[in-house]
Design a protein around this ligand. Structure first.
Ligand SMILES: [Zn+2]
Length: 119
């Protein structure tokens, strides 16, 4: 895959990541008991709890997507992005445009959905 396309996918993935994070931070803020008394004695401790809470507040589906996005960003970094992790053939560009964190080509994805593909 050419550098320009890679950059574009990287941008898409990062935007999606930010979007997921923003949605959950907002949800947390609305649910509201974090820092209710307004006193944050230990900023480090507060942010550690915050991250943990953030992570657990995510639905399984979103958590899964976050993980896939991180994996995809790693594949961009090591140059294997856009290859099916199973058969190593290039993943169709259209598919990547719809699901930039896709790990499988359409054929392997179908096998996986039918439970016929080993991870
Ligand atoms: Zn494949």
């Amino acid at each position: 895959m050419d550098k320009k396309s890679l950059k574009q996918f990287e941008k898409l993935l990062k935007a999606k990541r930010t979007e997921l994070q923003a949605a959950y931070l907002e949800k947390l803020q609305r649910s509201g008991d974090a820092g209710a008394d307004g006193a944050l004695d230990s900023a480090d401790e507060a942010s550690a709890n915050y991250n943990k809470e953030f992570w657990y507040s995510m639905s399984d589906g979103d958590r899964q997507i976050m993980r896939l996005i991180d994996e995809a960003l790693r594949r961009i970094a090591d140059g294997t992005f856009g290859e099916c992790i199973h058969c190593e053939k290039p993943i169709q560009k259209k598919r990547l445009e719809a699901v930039p964190w896709a790990r499988h080509c359409v054929e392997c994805q179908e096998l996986q959905e039918r439970g016929r593909l080993e991870e």
